[in-house]
Design a protein around this ligand. Structure first.
Ligand code: COA
Length: 148
């Protein structure tokens, strides 16, 4: 597979990002999360990064840095099903860790689900809280901490 490239989110990526969300809903995101994601995109988050393959946006993730607290937060990480399972998620986590370390972060918070928590656990993230149906019916919220 040709290389995936990464670049900062731009407002023109909104529809493509929502398309990736839709491709992962309801399997990995609860339908009620869509409006929250759209609002997030509309805030033009400068820390959001998109993954590009064959000139199309096929995924995205964010790392919000709270420099004073030396903490960060991974947000809205997702890939189109057609590119999943090929190591792109690992690249996103490695990039987040590199940026986090560069900014002096000690820990990164992750709000996962019961379906994605095992992925984050592979990188050393630890579950600190689980809320049944926290994201919507059938979608538990799993709060995790990832020590860098
Ligand atoms: C989570 C996600 C970003 C991972 O991306 P990916 O490209 O499929 O992951 P990779 O191929 O880089 O996998 C890295 C490793 O994690 C493992 N892995 C991937 N997804 C996993 C999961 N859901 N549970 C357990 N392990 C998982 C892979 O088997 C691989 O293991 P290996 O290193 O031993 O080979 C992607 O699957 C996705 O978009 N999921 C749906 C959206 C979602 O749930 N986002 C999280 C919201 S909090």
């Amino acid at each position: 597979m040709p290389a995936i490239s990464f670049r900062s989110f731009a407002p023109a990526d909104r529809a493509a990002c929502l398309g990736v969300f839709d491709a992962n809903c309801p399997a990995y995101f609860a339908p009620n999360e869509r409006s929250e994601y759209a609002q997030f995109l509309d805030s033009n988050p400068g820390f959001y990064t998109v993954c590009v393959f064959d000139e199309a946006v096929v995924g995205a993730y964010g790392l919000k840095v709270h420099a004073k607290a030396k903490r960060g937060r991974i947000s809205w990480i997702m890939l189109d099903p057609t590119v999943r399972g090929r190591g792109v998620g690992r690249q996103m986590m490695e990039r987040a860790a590199q940026v986090g370390r560069g900014q002096g972060l000690a820990e990164i918070d992750i709000a996962a689900s019961q379906k994605s928590a095992p992925f984050f656990a592979r990188f050393g993230a630890v579950e600190i809280r689980r809320t049944a149906d926290g994201w919507g019916p059938g979608m538990d919220r799993v709060d995790m901490e990832w020590r860098l």
